[in-house]
Every structure is written in structure tokens, then in C-alpha cells.
Design a binder for this molecule. Structure first.
Ligand SMILES: [Fe+2]
Length: 290
């Protein structure tokens, strides 16, 4: 099973300029084109929040238009730049968005890896929260399928990065309770997040966490205490998570990045023999250094 993750599109209304000299909408369009051209084709796409820049209805209209060419099912969760009522209004046919309350949390049960989208937003704040109600909901979802390998995805990552100004808009409630809950449910293979606009790995207790870069602008890697808030025009990117049935293997892929592959076949003999062995699951002889 192949899961594509895109995050933090910060879509603008049609005709509105991007910020920092970056055209967020054009970058999302390129990411969608890349996903449609992937071989193998992903089974599903998850969009991990900050779908729009300010949560305005006209931005969700632009988001709908930008996602329309996507030929793969997509599941969306809100981030701190979104507004769930406007998201729900614009994507009425996305039944899973309806939820049981104001939070957009849901389960997708039709794939080998069970997907749980958890709303980590805190109303009217850029920070996140996993309140008691959402923890109870998540606990029930995990208890109903303890044998099903599961990917939990949410916008805010439950750890501190060392980039102080992003940590300042991190989760302010529920992290230790979430850790305890997930430690008791080892079927959760990973927490996949957005929000940080950088590829970062960490863990919460025994559960690995991965953070997907943004399809728009990235956060500058500067962990010095005297640093200041900065974005940087590193390439837009997405992530591809392969569930093998045993482990989740993740790759970061750059969108619209002008790099041609370099052919390494002349460097070493016997590629054909190795190809056969790898694809037939046969033992592989050592590769002698040249
Ligand atoms: Fe964002």
C-alpha cells in the first residue's frame, strides 16, 4: 500500500498573490500533477492541514479547483490556518469530514493500513491541542481494532523541534496523555504530521513521528536560541509512505525540482544478476568495492 502525504499548501483565493515571492497555488498544482504521474500510483493521499492560508471560503473554492485533477482519493484534515466550517462547506461530498462534533476526526478503514485522521487544532489559536474529548474518541477508535496496523495523522506534531518560534505554536494540551494512549496501542505504526514545513523525525514514547515538508515554503533550519522566525525557499516537497505489511518506509520527494537522474550502470558489472536476485528474493552476493 502506497500513501502519499501532502501538507501545508496555504492555498490563496484565485487571483490573489502568494507571499514571500512563492506561488502557493502553482506549487500545489505541480504537486498534484506529480502525484498523478507517479508510478506506482499511490492508493490514497492524505493532506495534513493548512490547506488554505486563512480559512476563507474563497480559498476553499480555489483548493477545490486545484485538487479537482487529482486522480487518487484524498483525505483532508485541518491545520491552524484552516476553518473547519468553510472546509466542510466546500467539500460537502467528502462525507468523512462531517464528524461528530466541531472537530474533523475520522477513520478510513478500507485499506491494509487503517488511517485515523485526528483534528489537532485549537479554536482561534495557531497552537494545537488534543483535548480530553478527542483523546476519548481516539481511545475508542484504537480499542475497536487493536489488531489493525494503523497510521495516525494530524496537523500539529507532538514534540518540540528546537526551532523555538515553531515550538511556540506547538501543542499545548494532551501530549503526555496521547503518549500514554499510543504506548498502550502498538498497532499505531506512525504519527504523520505537517505544520513544521520541514522533513523531521522524532518519536512520542514508542511511536515514531514523521513530519512532511510543505508544498509551499519551508521553515528555515536554525535551532540557535538567538535565531529569529524565518522561511526559506527550499524546494516544495511531499512524502511517500509504503506500508509493506510489516513496516512503514517513507521517502521525501521534491516537487518540480529540476534534476536529471545520473546513470550508475557503468560503475559496476552484474546489475542484471542482482536485479534477478532482488526481485526473486534470492540471497544477494556481496558487492565488491571497486
Ligand atoms: Fe503551515
Amino acid at each position: 500500500m502506497l500513501i502519499a502525504q501532502i501538507s501545508d499548501f496555504h492555498v490563496r483565493a484565485h487571483g490573489e498573490e502568494g507571499t514571500f515571492g512563492i506561488d502557493n497555488n502553482a506549487n500545489l498544482r505541480a504537486a498534484i500533477a506529480m502525484l498523478n504521474d507517479l508510478d506506482p500510483v499511490p492508493d490514497v493521499v492524505i493532506g495534513t492541514g493548512d490547506l488554505t492560508n486563512r480559512g476563507r471560503s474563497e480559498e476553499y473554492i480555489a483548493l477545490r479547483d486545484l485538487l479537482a485533477p487529482l486522480a487518487i482519493p484524498i483525505f483532508l484534515i485541518p491545520g491552524n490556518h484552516d476553518a473547519s466550517p468553510s472546509l466542510r462547506a466546500a467539500f460537502g461530498e467528502h462525507d468523512y469530514l462531517a464528524g461528530e462534533d466541531e472537530f474533523v476526526s475520522y477513520v478510513v478503514d478500507r485499506f491494509p493500513l487503517r488511517l485515523i485522521g485526528l483534528d489537532s487544532t485549537l479554536p482561534d489559536a495557531h497552537n494545537g491541542a488534543i483535548c480530553a474529548r478527542r483523546l476519548a474518541w481516539l481511545k475508542s477508535r484504537l480499542e475497536e481494532a487493536p489488531e489493525r496496523p494503523t497510521l495516525l495523522f494530524m496537523h500539529h506534531p507532538p514534540f518540540k523541534t528546537g526551532i523555538w518560534w515553531m515550538d511556540g505554536i506547538g501543542i499545548v494540551e494532551g501530549v503526555s496523555a496521547l503518549r500514554d494512549l499510543l504506548d498502550a496501542h502498538p498497532q499505531v505504526q506512525r504519527i504523520a504530521c505537517g505544520h513544521l514545513h520541514r522533513p523531521i523525525q522524532a518519536n512520542l514514547g514508542r511511536t515514531p513521528i514523521s513530519v512532511c515538508p510543505s508544498t509551499s515554503y519551508q521553515v528555515c533550519l536554525d535551532t540557535r536560541p538567538e535565531s529569529h522566525p524565518q522561511f526559506i525557499a527550499e524546494p516544495p516537497a511531499l512524502q511517500l509512505h509504503t506500508w509493506t505489511g510489516e513496516i512503514l518506509v517513507s521517502h521525501t520527494a521534491y516537487v518540480d525540482f529540476p534534476a536529471e537522474p545520473i546513470d550508475l550502470r557503468p560503475l559496476m558489472k552484474n546489475w542484471d544478476d542482482r536485479y534477478e536476485r532482488i526481485h526473486k528474493g534470492l540471497p544477494i552476493p556481496k558487492v565488491v568495492r571497486y
